[in-house]
Design a protein around this ligand. Structure first.
Ligand code: SF4
Ligand code: MG
Length: 313
């Protein structure tokens, strides 16, 4: 396993500067080397929290994150630095994470120099190569982030991530802020990079259409828990969980990418105070009395296909 997050539990940590920490409850997630795993769910389901824990930005309050079989929290010194560089995160809004006062060359080239991945003598060529790989013309490397379009800024963010030679990218809504035509270009870039660099991805999105396009396996989250997990084709043909089925109904079969799923009946309860039993029961058309009291266990219903629903009992 390239990276395993076992029994991640992010207890509600209160509000920090108006940013609510979303609760995640015992998530057991494995991403194998070279695999693309799509993590989907509505806003507030905890998928970004899982992404941050996997990327090492946020420590789990309980459980651990394993990378090549080792708990990253126990690593020290050079091992810790290497593990941190090997997993890079790509965010929805690259502009917010690009220093506006730095030129693109420095944004992309700073970390590799600090971590001695390149010498000063080779630096220019190295930066140019990262920019080209992300589809940017090195001729513009002396410009500042505000001089680029949204799609180009996302490419700068990607070039910066690639510059430290990661093997794992955690992409959190990485194309959500872009126009549909630009989205397709960036998604294609991610897939080209996968083939070229043998990258592993955790691809987080609220858009099932985006995830279908590029994932080998899909994990569906709802209010801090995994509801269903299956190889992508299996999930789209044999969705088991009523929540996944509802999500699929929201995605038109023809040109799925034009719509996003947001309109499932009923409001999403607060992730900070989820309903007892199956979290989905207030919105589920098949809810039974047991669903209000007992949380269903995620269990295998076919090879590689897991679902958490009492209908399978
Ligand atoms: Fe619906 Fe019950 Fe299954 Fe939850 S456990 S999805 S409420 S049928
Ligand atoms: Mg999010």
């Amino acid at each position: 396993a390239a990276r395993t997050a076992r029994s991640l539990r992010r207890a509600f940590g209160g509000e920090v500067k108006d940013v609510v920490v979303r609760a995640v409850d015992h998530i057991d997630l494995t991403v194998n080397k070279g695999e693309v795993v799509g993590l989907v769910g509505e806003s507030g389901c905890g998928k970004s929290t899982v992404g941050r824990m996997v990327a090492g930005i946020m420590p789990p309050s309980d459980g651990g994150v394993l990378f090549h079989g080792r708990d990253v929290a126990t690593l020290a010194g050079a091992d810790r630095t290497r593990a941190a560089l090997q997993v890079q995160m790509i965010f929805q809004d690259p502009y917010a994470s690009l220093n506006p006062r730095l030129r693109v060359a420095d944004i992309v080239g700073e970390a590799p120099l600090v971590h001695a991945l390149v010498t000063r003598g080779d630096w220019d060529g190295y930066v140019d190569a990262q920019l080209r790989r992300a589809g940017l013309d090195p001729a513009y490397k002396h410009r500042y982030p505000h001089q680029f379009s949204g799609g180009q800024r996302q490419r700068i963010g990607i070039a910066r991530a690639l510059a430290v030679q990661p093997e794992f990218l955690v992409c959190d809504e990485a194309v959500a802020a872009l126009d549909v035509s630009i989205q397709a270009q960036i998604l294609n870039l991610f897939m080209d990079l996968r083939a070229e660099l043998n990258l592993t991805y955790l691809f987080i999105s609220h858009d099932l259409g985006v995830v279908e396009h590029l994932s080998d396996r899909v994990v569906v989250m709802y209010l801090g828990r995994i509801m269903e997990e299956a190889p992508t084709d299996e999930l789209f043909i044999h969705a088991n969980h009523p929540y996944t089925q509802a999500l699929l109904e929201e995605v038109p079969r023809i040109d799925r990418r034009k719509r996003q799923f947001t309109a499932i009946k009923g409001e999403i309860p607060s992730p900070l105070n989820p309903p007892p039993g199956c979290h989905f029961h207030p919105r589920c058309p098949h809810a039974m009395p047991v669903c209000r009291e007992v949380a269903p266990v995620l269990r295998e219903i076919a090879p590689g296909h897991r679902s958490a629903c009492h209908l399978n009992d």
